[in-house]
Design a protein around this ligand. Structure first.
Ligand code: SF4
Length: 365
């Protein structure tokens, strides 16, 4: 569980299991909701109230984000990694040639993404302290901030000073998945590499927020452990960050494990109904927070969630280093289930009566 959570696992489980449909409807009727409402809204009893939850979530989304949907693209710059995460194809134990893009290759990739009409970029890299040092990532940031209005990072956790340098180089957001809040399971899934240290990972967003990052992205990997217990920890973590990094915005993602070349099988698969319930619950309890819908999901599900709760989605994504312009057929980090082009994603957003926002942030503001 999230270390600062004041309730034990069994207490959380009891609160979730004892929620009734009446308690769920009471939580939905409130103007402002708290942590205990979240536990009600992710409970098995909440499944009976899905239609009401959809309605409340849609209103929350509309109140804070209007009809806008922000789009971005991930740019994988390296699949070299010193960690042994059992669920990931970038795992050090998988023997294939790794690729870390040079500055020139990153520029080519960036130009291909710009040509697709994308203005917000998420830089993604495996954990390789030599090839993906803070110095190198700063060089990448300084080069790309001239081209894009918003840059964020999904990289190995850094010390606060590292995050500060990255922020000064042009990155304004950090995404970091805790993978699982279950400390025993975390140890088992991360047998080798620096990622073994749970505490250093779990306090990453706090260090990044203190260093100035405006957006703090967070998630667990759906399928590793029971999703309701993980969601209870995620919510506690979010509340902690809202309190300690009040100048930053928390942003949720809900990545479900998809097929990997390594064949990892999730012990606790999450079905569509569970995922929808969880996303609606987070939108209702955290109406102001950002929410991304992953390309791991199929187009129909993504289009539906972006109307009900999510406000941010990637489009035209490639999950291989060099996948936009430089190389083909590299090993990706996971399987994409939405391979639509940027135009196709945008057309679907407009068909649903929403507006596409390409420019996420203006430095002049
Ligand atoms: S999940 Fe991240 S840290 Fe783990 S093997 Fe994959 S790229 Fe490396």
């Amino acid at each position: 569980m999230f270390p600062e959570l004041r309730f034990s696992e069994s207490e959380i489980r009891r609160m979730i299991d004892s929620a009734t449909p009446e308690a769920v409807l009471n939580s939905l009727a409130k103007e402002k909701r708290n942590y205990f409402d979240l536990l009600n809204l992710i409970s098995p009893a909440a499944m009976e109230c899905l239609p009401q939850m959809r309605e409340v979530s849609r209103k929350c989304r509309l109140r804070y984000y209007g009809k806008t949907v922000t789009i971005y693209a991930p740019l994988y710059i390296s699949n070299s990694c010193v960690n042994g995460c059992k669920y990931c194809d970038f795992n050090i134990r998988h023997k294939y040639e790794r690729k870390s893009l040079t500055l020139d290759e990153i520029r080519q990739e960036a130009d291909a993404i710009l040509a697709m009409g994308i203005d917000s970029l998420l830089i993604v890299a495996g954990e390789d302290p030599v090839r993906m040092s803070v110095d190198y990532l700063c060089e990448v940031g300084r080069m790309l901030k001239e081209k894009f209005s918003y840059l964020s990072l999904e990289i190995a956790p850094q010390e606060e000073e590292g995050y500060r340098r990255l922020f000064e180089a042009g990155y304004e957001g950090l995404t970091l998945f805790q993978e699982t809040y279950n400390q025993e399971l975390y140890k088992e899934l991360h047998p080798v590499g620096p990622k073994r240290v749970y505490d250093f990972r779990v306090w990453s967003q706090l260090r990044a927020g203190r260093a100035g990052m405006r957006n703090l992205g967070m998630a667990f990997l759906l399928g590793l452990d029971e999703w309701r217990m993980e969601a209870a920890s995620l919510a506690a973590h979010a509340i902690y960050l809202q309190k300690h990094c009040f100048e930053s915005k928390v942003q949720f993602a809900f990545p479900r494990i998809t097929a990997t070349e390594g064949g990892f099988q999730p012990a606790h698969p999450v079905d569509d109904a569970d995922l929808e319930l969880m996303m609606l619950a987070f939108r209702i309890v955290f109406p102001e927070c950002g929410m991304t819908i992953s390309t791991r999901e199929n187009p129909e599900f993504r289009d539906r969630m972006v109307q009900l709760c999510a406000d941010n989605m990637s489009a035209g994504s490639r999950v291989t280093p060099g996948g936009y312009a430089v190389l083909a057929d590299e090993v990706g980090q996971f399987t994409l289930n939405d391979s639509r082009s940027v135009e196709e994603v945008e057309a679907a957003i407009r068909r649903n009566g929403q507006e596409v926002v390409r420019k996420y942030w203006d430095r002049a503001l």
